[in-house]
Ligand binder design. Structure first.
Ligand code: ZN
Length: 404
């Protein structure tokens, strides 16, 4: 990995098909300064004061020809429990950083760490530990997935640790995160659910509907109370029924809601993904991994919080009961699947893996698109959408010149 000291005074990426907020430009130039920021993103041959004519005068220009490749913004993962064999719920600081770096090597340059259900005191302690990593810039925030979720839809969460959403307890977790809580998933139909949604909104924390048994009407109420995210839409909630449309219809139809989708080929049928994508439109879909420790690591026996999980052929299931227990997905794989299996337009995929989650987190002024003034977070993909390079704040995590 390139160290900041080895970074060129200026890096100019040329030749790629670059996905900009305004559309895809063949052969656009992206210029990165010594501070790891984008200073220009220009069509080829564009003559501009901040373009090449200017940067040509700087010593130490690193020119990288990416002809035949895609250049897209770095990925933003809203919902991720770990990777590289490390868990955000139980690992040490070094473990957590290892998990973050594992996902970064797969293109995720902005990551929210998710905690599975645990004892409130334990979750508060984990929030304290993770909040330091948010303050250092290694994480983009903390996501509490539980304990305020429905026992009917517990997925891979411990039944005995679930509880009703008590605003006082919600408040304690927000406080424990010291301003770094980004999101909380809860079941709004439980006693205290709507008050907890309102409390989260008051504190600037995203309220996410998930692991829920809510009806259509209860979900509408939750959105009216301020809920803005659907935690892995379709998974861990009642199915879409023609007389009981349930949370799926309520969350898809409301323009205020962003829906998370796990595009790993296991959690969702391609037709369900297509249905959601077409109903919500690209600006309201966020691809997430919901990854657990085995992401970027391998098959075997793992722990998800207190529960044992077996990973076989990349699919994680609880040892007891066989529920799907998170994924082993990385966002480069979700991107490639969306392009090659789902055949979504590349610009829409970029929205779902970068721009939309960045906007939702309130960090779109810094990341989520290739624009001057933003962090130089970018991903290089070949013509078949295989990962070839990852640039994080101007440093190559994966250098396209050395990738096979
Ligand atoms: Zn999760």
């Amino acid at each position: 990995m390139a160290s900041p000291a080895a970074r060129a005074a200026c890096t100019v990426l040329t030749g790629a098909r670059v996905v900009l907020p305004t559309g895809t430009v063949d052969g656009a130039r992206v210029i990165v300064d010594e501070n790891g920021r984008i200073t220009g993103a220009l069509p080829d041959g564009h003559d501009d004061r901040d373009g090449l004519n200017h940067t040509d005068r700087i010593d130490g220009i690193d020119r990288i020809d990416l002809t035949g490749h895609w250049l897209v913004p770095g990925f933003v993962d809203l919902h991720n429990h770990g990777g590289g064999g490390a868990s955000f719920t139980s690992g040490s600081v070094a473990d957590v950083l290892h998990g973050v770096r594992t996902h970064r090597a797969h293109g995720t340059t902005t990551l929210v760490a998710s905690l599975v259900t645990g004892e409130p005191a334990f979750l508060a302690q984990r929030a304290g530990l993770l909040s330091e990593l948010v303050e250092q810039g290694d994480l983009a925030g903390i996501h509490f997935e539980g304990p305020f979720i429905s026992p009917c839809r517990k997925g891979a969460h411990s039944a005995e640790l679930l509880r009703h959403p008590d605003p006082a307890e919600v408040r304690k977790l927000i406080d424990a995160a010291r301003g770094t809580a980004a999101m909380m998933t809860l079941a709004p139909e439980l006693p205290g659910g709507l008050d907890s949604v309102r409390l989260l909104v008051e504190h600037g924390v995203l309220a996410a509907v998930g692991h829920t048994d809510a009806t259509y009407e209860q979900t509408v109420e939750a959105v009216d109370a301020g809920a803005r995210v659907a935690t892995h839409l379709f998974n861990a909630m009642p199915s879409l029924g023609h007389r009981e449309p349930g949370p799926v219809a309520a969350l898809l139809e409301d323009e205020r809601v962003t829906v998370e989708l796990i595009n790993d080929g296991t959690h969702l049928h391609p037709a369900a993904l297509e249905l959601a994508f077409h109903r919500a439109g690209p600006g309201r879909v966020a691809f997430i991994t919901d990854a657990m420790d085995a992401a970027g690591y391998g098959d075997g026996r793992y722990q998800l919080g207190p529960l044992a999980v077996d990973v076989k052929d990349g699919v994680a299931r609880l040892v007891e009961g066989g529920s799907i227990a998170g994924s082993t997905l990385t966002l480069d794989t979700a991107f490639r699947r969306a392009a090659t299996v789902d055949r979504l337009p590349v610009e829409d995929i970029v929205d779902a893996v970068s721009a939309t989650p960045a906007r939702l987190l309130g960090v779109y002024d810094r990341v989520g698109s290739l624009e001057p003034g933003k962090d130089a977070d970018a991903v290089v993909l070949d013509a078949d959408f295989r990962l070839k390079g990852v640039l994080h704040k101007g440093d190559w995590v994966l250098d396209p010149r050395s990738a096979g």
